[in-house]
Design a protein around this ligand. Structure first.
Ligand code: ZN
Ligand code: ZN
Length: 759
């Protein structure tokens, strides 16, 4: 007897070769019926004797193709005549236009085997891909995702490729970027002024030799150009730093395979999983002591950012080079990554000795993503290539489409409609015209892909943010300002499908508060529609305003003056040696008076200040550098906190670290190791936070807790608070959405929806 069932599958099942795989599975097991892309995933109608049907469903659930992920599978019996065969049905064109464009996928094992096989027609071919791997978002010009609307359109397939494309039994059935050396894009190696670089072998082999000889080569990747050099050569790395004008920010390193990665960094199972994932992010992991890379790769860090090759070009280049390569974004200082060839030539001419480029255009600028492991789980710190434009599912469908403009640092935007929130690619800091232009373009492109005209535009409360100004300039829409830390908390809620209320701990460097001061040490009771600021870190002055973010010694002075009531032992602290008494006095006058000395409650600033005091560092070459250095010196075996206070007599309550700062300073003055003091300082912040949350729960009930904000990139802080609150509280950390400002747009979107709903 034949029975039928309707199978609905949700997860990563579109654009990853899922339907052809279902087709082949059905044909080989005698199932009839059909498979189609639905609004939210894949729909299958299957007919067979019951035993065969069960086995089929089990296979769907258990071993989907490598790039696919089945999140939910439901199966309902249907009463219908069984069709004679199995077929793939086209997408429902009458349905709502969706982001049918999948994210880029790392080269799969089958394609890798082909490019390494001298007998294969795709041997060393840089643009090899199939339905399970290859570029997607970065080559898409429009929807629907089809070869004609990608940057592969100018390359008509040869007969052999077309056969693969047309055959449902082939791995390349409907693989839009399908190509081979006969018909596809070609590589070339050129100098900055366009002269071909001649020599033995193909362009990759020549580029690898240039790199091995200590030169810097710009390499065109998926979402932009990289700058590559020999990561084992101190000279090459120093030269790249000099030319790129990048003083101390770490460079990412690409290695040929997992074994190489293991030589550079300490990798546990979750790190290895992240490294291997189809998203292929840069994974931050602890650097090994004798890692075979130049110190200059990450001069100030105990961690190193490692990634595996994600295109055939990378695989071949890394094998030819036979060593780890620095692969850093192709830009000067803080500009966006170069993606247009002409633009790359112009901007990178003074940095790169040669350009390894090709004739396939990049449609969407998309940086590498960055991830790390906290409490045994992956956390995405920069969500871009490999993730964009995969949506975050939203529990309560939005009423009207929303554009959320994000914040100005580490910007991403978000477009949300019905039950999906689409975070755009990482834009970077909105502080120059180039980046702003890239932001405006990326928003327009995503609106087109999604077929959306946002009716609500959400933005940060900061009046001077470029993202705020952009939002306000959009006409004919409802504008909604969303407080920065409320957005952080809402972002974490959305990621975990929470509807609130929650206790949100939002710790970061800065964010504009509803009172016009700078916030960032917040404990909020919140849902999407609103929040109560129940506690916050005791604020300190930022003498000189934004200048204090780089000149961390200024905040150090403010923090000490607050803790010691103006009587800090600064003559015994090395950080102040570089400054004359007159300079110190000027800054002190700023701290005492309200002029150009805003109040700030950001925990990030306190970490900056303690790093300055503890490590004798006067300034940061990029935001958060000194805070991170302070985090990294902490002695893992030291667990005793210093004293601290939580004052519930004020509104909001005040998390008061003055006693902590006094004790830590006393320890430093008496010659205690900075690693010990940093560890005890961390434990104090952890204990104070746990205490504040406990008190909040006593007043408002035991609610789920979310930990959010850039400070939660600090693993010790995140794991410590998590441990301190468990098991009394259910605690959620970010995973797929960045804890830092790269994640706020998601929260802004949902808050804006909640505030404008008509139900
Ligand atoms: Zn493949
Ligand atoms: Zn071909």
């Amino acid at each position: 007897m034949v029975t039928g069932c309707r199978i609905e599958i949700r997860g990563t099942v579109q654009g990853v070769g899922f339907r052809p795989w279902v087709y082949r599975l059905a044909c080989s097991t005698g199932i009839t019926g059909r498979v189609a892309n639905g609004a939210d995933g894949v729909l299958i109608e299957a007919f067979a004797p019951p035993g065969a049907l069960d086995a089929f469903v089990e296979r769907l659930r258990r071993d989907p193709p490598p790039a696919a992920r089945v999140d939910r599978l439901t199966c309902l019996p249907i009463d219908r005549e069984a069709p004679p065969d199995f077929s793939i049905v086209g997408s429902d064109a009458s349905g709502e236009r969706r982001a049918s464009i999948p994210p880029d996928l790392a080269t799969c094992d089958a394609c890798l085997a082909e490019i390494l096989d001298p007998a294969n027609r795709r041997y060393r071919y840089a643009f090899t891909s199939c339905t399970g791997c290859g570029p997607r978002f970065t080559i898409a010009l429009d929807v629907p995702y089809d070869r004609a609307t990608t940057t592969m359109a100018p390359f008509p397939m040869c007969e052999a490729c077309q056969r693969e494309y047309d055959s449902v039994l082939d791995r390349r059935f409907h693989a839009q970027p399908n190509a081979c050396p006969r018909c596809g894009p070609r590589l070339r190696l050129e100098t900055a002024n366009g002269d071909a670089v001649d020599g033995e072998g193909d362009a990759i082999a020549r580029a690898a030799r240039w790199i091995a000889a200590g030169r810097i080569v710009a390499v065109k990747g998926l979402g932009g150009w990289h700058l590559a050099c020999d990561a084992t050569s101190a000279d090459a790395v120093a030269e790249l730093r000099r030319r790129k004008r990048r003083d101390e920010k770490p460079f990412a390193v690409m290695v040929a395979d997992e074994e190489w990665a293991g030589r550079l960094a300490v990798l546990e199972a979750p790190e290895r999983e992240l490294l291997r994932s189809v998203e292929r992010p840069i994974v931050l992991a602890r650097r090994k002591h004798h890692a075979p890379v130049a110190r200059g790769v990450a001069p100030d860090s105990i961690r190193i950012g490692v990634m595996l090759p994600y295109t055939p070009l990378h695989h071949v280049l890394l094998r030819d080079a036979g060593r780890p390569l620095v692969m850093t974004s192709g830009n000067v200082s803080e500009e966006p990554i170069a993606c247009d060839d002409h633009d790359a030539r112009r901007r990178l001419a003074s940095i790169a000795d040669a350009f390894l480029g090709h004739d396939r255009a990049i449609a969407s600028r998309t940086d590498d993503s960055v991830a790390m492991v906290t409490a045994g789980r992956p956390v995405v710190l920069r969500r871009s290539r490999g993730f964009v434009p995969r949506p975050v599912r939203v529990e309560r469908p939005l009423q009207r489409p929303v554009l959320a403009c994000g914040a100005d640092l580490k910007n991403t935007f978000c477009i949300a409609k019905t039950d999906g929130a689409y975070l755009g690619p990482h834009i970077g800091d909105l502080e120059n015209l180039e980046t702003y232009g890239s932001y405006v373009d990326a928003i327009a492109r995503m609106e087109r892909f999604l077929g959306v005209r946002p009716e609500i535009v959400a933005h940060d409360l900061h009046p001077d943010y470029l993202s705020t100004r952009y939002a306000k300039a959009r006409e004919g829409v409802t504008h909604v300002g969303v407080q920065h830390h409320h957005a952080h908390v809402a972002s974490a809620m959305a990621e975990h499908g929470l509807t609130g209320p929650v206790l949100g701990v939002a710790f970061d460097g800065t964010g504009y508060g509803t009172d016009g001061t700078s916030w960032g040490g917040e404990v909020l009771v919140a849902d999407y529609a609103g929040f109560e600021r129940i506690a916050r870190l005791r604020p300190v002055r930022l003498p000189g305003g934004d200048r204090a973010i780089r000149e961390v010694w200024r905040v150090a002075l403010a923090l000490l003056d607050d803790a010691f009531d103006g009587d800090a032992p600064i003559s015994r602290l090395a950080v102040f040696d570089a400054f004359s008494p007159r300079v110190v006095e000027t800054v002190r006058r700023m701290i005492a008076g309200p002029v150009n000395s805003p109040l700030a409650s950001g925990l990030g600033r306190v970490f900056d200040a303690m790093g300055a005091i503890g490590l004798g560092r006067t300034r940061a070459s990029y935001e958060g550098q000194v805070a991170m250095a302070w985090d990294q010196v902490a002695d893992p075996s030291e667990r005793r906190p210093y004293p601290f206070g939580v004052d519930t007599a004020t509104t909001p309550w005040s998390i008061d670290l003055r006693a902590t700062v006094r004790a830590a300073t006393g320890d430093l003055v008496s010659g205690r190791a900075p690693g010990t003091v940093s560890a005890r300082f961390h434990e104090s912040v952890i204990a104070a936070t746990v205490e504040a949350v406990r008190l909040a729960a006593r007043a408002r009930g035991v609610l789920p807790v979310v930990l959010t904000g850039g400070c939660f990139q600090n693993v010790r802080l995140a794991e410590g608070i998590l441990r301190g609150l468990s098991p009394t509280f259910t605690v959620h950390l970010h995973q797929r959405v960045p804890p830092g400002d790269g994640g706020v747009a998601l929260g802004q979107a949902l808050v804006a929806d909640a505030l404008t709903r008509r139900d």
